[in-house]
Design a binder for this molecule. Structure first.
Ligand code: ATP
Length: 267
């Protein structure tokens, strides 16, 4: 459970993330290694904590991978939605940003995750733009906080990178852009496998084959999660319906037919 604005160590492991190998490598290098070897980094004078911008279509694992990074690094995770910071009264947004970074510093090492980070920069010159500009100004101050930001790593997520203010994309701010794409057919299988880890999947089910099937064309990770839950639901319904009957060899597991039924429902 992630409560907005509060820190927790998430319960998401690398095994829960399907595909996205290139991104994992970057995160290992840029954040996880640095947190695990903080003393070495200090010795070599690495004092600029990198910030990362994840961009791409919705539901492809931006939030999930950020949580996995925190968990794998043993770091705290604070989730904050851009629009939430903006919905404050005039002047309160800046205070909220300051409070947020203070909280992150007190629980460092910490990953500060800004969902919908583009909303913090889109309204320049428009109505309500003043609030955004003040907030953006405060955010830049905190991001550039040098020593003050020790052990605080920022990750931003957006579906609209093109509207991001360039000022936010400099090194040390959200300086490393990483594209989170829709999964390839093979990666869809990997995602289903990750999603199925804690489910009772029948041994005969080939999740990679289901994922690569054209029936799942253009599915995002979130769509695949809906498919997995749909299949589990179909299996459960079968169990309820056949409570008193002699059932098949492995009752209560999720079978190929349940995925088919779930797919039909989705399409
Ligand atoms: P949005 O842009 O809408 O905020 P997002 O890119 O942050 O989306 P997530 O919230 O990370 O997407 O993904 C939604 C859900 O979809 C996850 O909780 C997970 O169940 C599933 N999912 C997405 N991508 C993956 C993946 N690569 N591996 C496993 N599950 C995934």
């Amino acid at each position: 459970l992630t409560r907005e604005g509060f820190s927790t160590i998430p319960n998401v492991k690398w095994e829960d993330v399907g595909g996205l190998q290139l991104l994992r490598d970057v995160f290992e290098q840029e954040i996880i290694c640095r947190i695990k070897h903080a003393e070495d980094c200090e010795e070599y004078g690495l004092d600029l904590e990198p910030g990362i911008l994840l961009y791409g279509p919705p539901g492809c694992g931006k939030t999930l991978i950020a949580k996995a990074v925190a968990s794998e690094a043993g770091a705290n995770f604070i989730y904050i939605k851009g629009p939430e910071l903006l919905s404050k009264y005039v002047g309160e947004s800046e205070l909220a940003v300051r409070t947020l970074f203070r909280r992150a510093r007190t629980c460092a090492p910490c990953i500060l995750f800004f969902d919908e980070v583009d909303t913090l920069t889109t309204r320049r010159g428009q109505e309500g733009g003043g609030v955004v500009e003040q907030l953006l100004g405060q955010l830049l101050i905190e991001l550039d906080g040098a020593d003050q930001r020790k052990g605080v790593y920022v990750i931003g997520a957006t579906n609209r990178p093109e509207v991001m203010d360039n000022a936010l994309l400099r090194p040390g701010r959200f300086g490393i852009p990483l594209y989170v794409p829709l999964p390839s057919p093979y990666e869809r299988g990997l995602i289903l496998t990750a999603l199925g880890r804690k489910k009772r999947i029948d041994a005969n089910v080939d999740l990679v084959a289901i994922g690569s099937d054209s029936a799942c064309k253009n599915f995002s990770g979130a769509d695949l999660s809906a498919l997995m839950n749909g299949a589990a639901m179909a299996a459960l319904r079968d169990k309820w319906n056949s409570r008193n009957e002699i059932s098949d060899a492995a009752p209560g597991t999720i079978k190929e037919i349940h995925f088919k039924q779930a797919l039909e429902k989705i399409s």
